[in-house]
Design a protein around this ligand. Structure first.
Ligand SMILES: [Zn+2]
Length: 288
């Protein structure tokens, strides 16, 4: 059997050049890990929708064995995971340490399966990849995942689209999500307001910080006050507006960017101890 890396390298070119909804096809493929011997830790996309070397470039530079497999880095002792690293030098740089903490948060959310390493086509509920599946996606120009029709916004960066997609799929490693997987260290209270458990629903809708941002955005965009009770409602709010398609598109993108900014600010607070500051720009837009 060819290794998953070998297959990945062959399709990578094709999948990078073909785009759906502004994202290369490779972003829709994902390695699912059983023991991880067939999947490259840094070079294959398995934990997130892109290879870890792209997400954590500083750590990749520190890695001694660039081609190591997932099994080389994550070993199992009974039900416990043991992480095994091989860095070129001790970690002292705050930027590297911050990347490392984020990598640990990513790894904690991974569920290992008993099915053997395999490729998943993420728009399909069962992960099955076929030419027909790709054609369907190309025709609709819409990615579907877990029954949710993801409405890609073409003018915002891919990272914001991917973040919104993962948010809708409940794949954001919030305190509550980590606790459900028994990987939360310490308590899971919201680090922004300390008044509720940190679920994605709380962080992006109910939290005081989010409320302030949505309030600012609704005034800035001259739209009704944003009150939502689910992530799906939040990401679909533009559809309900009585406005031109252009304005709907703008509001959709602004909400995606705001969600991504909230998550980034939350991570900076947790991992780098940077306080959250909501500034109001000259024209009234709220920025984190
Ligand atoms: Zn909160």
């Amino acid at each position: 059997m060819k290794t998953i890396s070998g297959v990945w390298n062959k399709i990578a070119k094709l999948f990078t050049n073909t785009k759906i909804g502004g994202l290369p096809l490779r972003n829709y493929m994902k390695g699912e890990v059983c023991r991880g011997t067939e999947i490259s830790f840094w070079l294959d996309p398995w934990a997130i929708n892109e290879p870890l070397k792209l997400k954590f470039p500083e750590l990749f530079r520190m890695e001694s064995e660039k081609k190591c497999s997932v099994a080389d880095r994550i070993r199992f002792q009974g039900l416990d995971r043991v992480l095994v690293w091989n860095w070129k030098s001790p970690m002292t740089d705050p930027g590297v340490i911050s990347e490392f903490q984020q990598l640990l948060a990513v790894i904690e959310t991974i569920q290992f399966t008993g099915n053997g390493d395999r490729w998943l086509w993420t728009p399909d509920k069962e992960g099955k990849f076929s030419v027909k599946a790709v054609k369907n996606l190309l025709h609709s120009d819409i990615a579907t995942a877990n029954g949710f029709v993801m409405d890609w916004c073409k003018w915002v960066p891919a990272k914001c689209n991917i973040h919104a997609w993962r948010l809708e799929m409940e794949r954001i490693p919030t305190g509550e999500a980590l606790k459900k997987r028994n990987t939360q260290i310490g308590d899971s209270v919201c680090p922004l307001c300390f008044s509720a458990e940190e679920s994605s629903l709380h962080l992006f809708t109910g939290c005081l910080v989010a409320s302030n941002i949505w309030n600012g955005i609704s005034m800035w965009c001259k739209i009704p006050y944003i009150i939502v009770f689910s992530i799906k409602d939040l990401l679909g709010i533009h559809k309900e507006l009585r406005a031109s398609e252009r304005k709907k598109d703008a509001v959709q993108g602004i909400i995606m960017i705001a969600c991504w900014s909230i998550w980034r600010a939350r991570n900076k607070l947790i991992f780098s101890n940077k306080p959250i500051r909501i500034a109001v720009a000259a024209k009234g837009g709220p920025f984190l």
